[in-house]
Design a protein around this ligand. Sequence first.
Ligand code: PLP
Length: 392
Amino acid sequence: MKINSNFDNLVPNYLFAEVAKRTNDYIAKNPDKPVIKMGIGDVTLPLAPVVVEAIKKGADDLSKKETFKGYPDYEGYDFVREAISKYYKSFGADVAANEILVNDGAKSDCANIGDIFSSDNVVLVTDPVYPVYVDSNIMAGRKIVYANATEENGFCAMPPKGVHSDIIYLCSPNNPTGSAYTKEQLLEWVNYANENDAIIIYDCAYESFITDDCPRSIFQIPGARTCAIELCSLSKTAGFTGTRGGYTVIPRDLERDGHNIYNLWYRRLSTKYNGVSWPIQCGIAAVFSEEGLSQIQENINYYRKNAKVITETFDRLGLSYTGGKNSPYVWVKCPNGMGSWEFFDLLLNEVQVIGTPGEGFGECGKGYFRFTSFGSYENTVEAMKRIENLLK
Ligand code: PLP
């Protein structure tokens, strides 16, 4: 018996393990010094009340013979897909309910979508990158090429001239850099994908944090229906990190290599997946109700306020950064030419604040650092006060 030897090509994910190790060692030696964690990508505020009520009612339905539900449809219940389609229409993206597939969060689909594509395809990712895009393709044995996101291009990597690719992962607003593509920039990517007969896997897990006119969906861009699949998550939008819920959009007429992409994905889903539970789908539909959209906005605004505390501190310190405006992430250039880990140790040892070293997200992350706005307001203010006193 042989294992999938592509697993030997994975680089061990030292980043979060190393962050945890250094943090825990410090806490063990300094139990009297409270550490503030601003590296976490998890939310801290509870689900919206209308969502909780819908999930409870859904659970109640399962307790009675008349309303009991068994296996759901693989692609989700129609009323949930209708609610999401209506949401898309609210910002001008024409996505039909029958192009939406409800899922248990974006990570599974973004790692599994590769099942329908040949391992001969060349994958393009932007660097720094959400590690799932890279690792899932290494597991499948695909070649990966990188488009660099740097200070010069505002951390919005653009299509590399003269480089062919078949599968392109874009994330906007971006994790980890917090940058968001404009309509013009996304149009360049859509044109590149159509010219290369490629497919863009567009991850918009943070679309609800956009405050300006950057697109929330790739389907706001002309030409996207012939080259894009979109993945979205309710994890950060509506606090579903533990509840699990998201959706994937595949245009019904999207084709490659003589095959309909929706049908291929549906075939894969029906073989390897049995859908999202009734109570959670009720909760997902509640997110997209008028009341739900208004209630989740309160949490998003709370995190936005934290992001503002962070960016205002960096403005006063004269630090160069992206994000915060359209994203819960703030990506900052380490001061005085410090390396990411050097800055990590400085913040931990001197002011007991934890962030994420940028180099864990790729070569272009070297010398950068990611802060998140998902903590409490009080902790964010305190952490920024400590950093300002240290660096001013
Ligand atoms: N995509 C990006 C860019 C993310 O940052 C995350 C989570 O951090 C996900 C997808 C995964 O989302 P989910 O919790 O829905 O699996």
